[in-house]
Design a protein around this ligand. Structure first.
Ligand code: ATP
Ligand code: MG
Ligand code: MG
Length: 557
């Protein structure tokens, strides 16, 4: 989707404008259930709904679909609002709760009873399932299906008044038990639930089902285009059925349009499973930087710009597919490439001593903040006799094509000198504790006779004297294998088997002094290492950074 070609939803919308179906009105909604945190799949729906409203001069409602009081909380409501705002979208005064419509929904259900289109049923859940039939055989009508309107009105009112226990009775739509579409075989539209609701308290003990509450709420809000995911395609006849008796002032009833839900490799896209990870302590919380939640992705260091770009690039499709996570990673690299300062941090440090460099000398060097964006200016770095480089940049017995430091080999230290490894110092266990080098005094970058002398490798480094201690958290994917999460319906145990036990590695790192001037949420490129963000766990004397993503795709496909 590149802005010049239209997707199928835009085609529908433009046809509707042409045929004057909704006049000049264009209203979408984003309808989360506040039973968990939003994830990247929801971001797709948010960008789509708010994006279309912007494109067509319409508006988008934020509506909390809060019809299941056992799973919903105010904490989730608040976090969802925060996430939508953070993504860059505003709903202004268009904040709604399905629970605000409970009276209206009840009255409308009464209207359906009066029209002979709904009835109170006493079948148990199991019986109802049995009566519903299968794809290949029609369902059977409930013996309670032909109750009189008067009896249904009385029973429904008694349900509301709390006369019956949970599950004792339900209100069903009276449609067609022989319909080839099972969703049309008299679906339940109200159930009894003696449970306190986070907004309506104990006022109600009957709650509308999603398939009824959703279309009617859309109609109440005068939504024009109700965009949902593909699983609801088979529910569309029910959506239309539910609102056919709704009195819209202009006779303009909403239409449902389905698109393929977003799946991303290595990412879990179900609130239910994400909740299991949180509850089992497999992650530190909903905002763990490995989580595909908006809160987790934000803490990981992703920007709203990168997520919106990702949602644009994947476009909307009518068939389910899985997007490779490398596209998301590409989007954050693209966003930060020119914006983020590039500093030097040695993630896994080993000491380097330049034995021929004076002990009491410190040079101040100038480094560019972003080699591709001069506007970010320059900074100072100090250089002296004792430095750190990364352990992975040294091999005592180098393999072929190892162009970094090794005994007898030369490398350039970025912005500084060419050094040559002369010796290594080991501890009693044989671990390298110091690398001893000499330097070419004529090789200082930007000056000196050998400033442009070519050597095979250039390494990043920091000066031991003023380096800042930093805890670096390097993340791997939470889900093993390149496969997306398994099909819905498999047990949670299967899904837990796919969890990567090594998804977090923590290093005690050394960063150049400049890092101390930044705050939580600031983004960087660490030279040769990738993109990083300062984590909220940082304190004035203990800095923590998260690796957002490496510099390029290093994952085996
Ligand atoms: P989950 O299965 O994770 O609980 P949900 O669909 O039940 O997700 P809701 O809070 O009901 O969660 O979703 C709010 C909106 O976000 C719905 O319109 C839904 O279609 C959309 N949405 C949810 N997941 C995705 C996804 N993976 N891709 C695109 N849209 C999604
Ligand atoms: Mg849902
Ligand atoms: Mg769900």
């Amino acid at each position: 989707e590149n802005g010049t070609t239209k997707n199928f939803i835009e085609n529908f919308i433009e046809e509707d404008f042409k045929s004057n179906r909704y006049g000049q009105r264009f209203v979408t909604r984003f309808p989360p259930e506040p039973n968990g945190y939003l994830h990247i799949g929801h971001a797709k729906s948010i960008c789509l709904n708010f994006g279309l409203a912007k494109k067509y001069g319409g508006v988008t409602n934020l509506r909390f679909d809060d019809t299941n009081p056992t799973k919903e909380t105010v904490e989730y409501v608040d976090n969802i609002m925060n996430d939508v705002k953070w993504l860059g979208f505003t709903w202004e005064d268009r904040l709604h709760f399905t629970s605000d419509y409970f009276d209206t929904l009840y009255d409308y259900a009464v209207k359906l009873i009066k029209l002979g289109k709904a009835y109170v049923d006493d079948l148990t859940k199991e019986e109802m399932k049995e009566y519903r039939g299968t794809f290949s055989e029609p369902g059977k009508e409930s013996p309670y299906r032909n109750r009189s309107v008067e009896e249904n009105l009385r029973l429904f009112e008694e349900m509301k008044a709390g006369k019956y226990a949970d599950g004792e009775k339900v209100l069903r739509a009276k449609i067609d038990m022989a319909s080839p579409n099972i969703n049309m075989r008299d679906p339940v539209i109200y159930r009894i639930f003696h449970h306190e609701h986070h907004r309506t308290g104990n006022k109600w003990c009957i709650y509308p089902m999603y398939d009824f509450a959703h279309p009617v709420s859309d109609a109440i809000e005068r939504v024009t285009h109700s965009i949902c995911t593909l699983e609801y395609e088979d529910h569309r006849p029910l959506y239309d059925w539910c609102i056919q008796d709704w009195d819209d002032p202009e006779g303009q009833l909403p239409r449902q349009i389905e698109f393929a839900r977003l799946n991303v490799t290595h990412m879990i896209m179900s609130k239910r499973k994400l909740r299991i990870l949180v509850e089992k302590g497999i992650v530190s919380g909903w905002d763990d930087p490995r989580m595909p939640t908006i809160a987790g992705i934000r803490r990981r260091g992703y920007t709203p710009e990168a997520i919106r770009d990702f949602c644009d690039r994947i476009g909307v499709a009518k068939a389910d597919s899985t997007v490779d996570i490398s596209l998301l990673e590409y989007c954050i690299r693209e966003d930060l490439k020119l914006k983020a300062p590039r500093l030097m941090t040695v993630i896994d440090p080993v000491k380097v001593v330049i034995t021929d460099y004076p002990e009491d000398k410190t040079e101040v060097l100038t480094a560019e903040n972003n080699q591709e964006n001069e506007a970010l200016g320059t900074r100072h770095m100090t250089f002296s006799r004792t430095l750190y480089i990364d352990r992975k940049d040294f091999m005592e017995e180098p393999v072929k094509k190892f162009f970094r430091l090794a005994p007898g080999k030369e490398v350039r230290l970025k912005y500084a000198y060419i050094i040559k490894c002369e010796d290594v110092v080991k501890d009693a266990d044989g671990n390298i504790v110091e690398i001893h080098c000499t330097h070419d005094p004529e090789s200082l970058s930007g000056s000196g006779a050998n400033a442009n002398r070519k050597v095979n490798g250039t390494l990043h480094w920091v000066n031991a004297a003023d380096a800042v201690d930093v805890e670096t958290r390097v993340y791997d994917y939470l889900l093993n294998g390149a496969d997306e999460e398994e099909e819905e319906g498999t047990t949670s145990k299967d899904f837990l088997d796919q969890i990567n036990p090594d998804s977090l590695t923590v290093y005690q790192s050394k960063a150049e002094a400049a890092l101390a001037g930044y705050k939580a949420g600031d983004h960087f490129q660490f030279l040769r290492e990738g993109y990083f963000v300062i984590d909220q766990d940082s304190t004035p004397d203990h800095m923590v950074v998260n690796r957002i993503v490496g510099l390029r795709d290093t994952w085996a496909k």
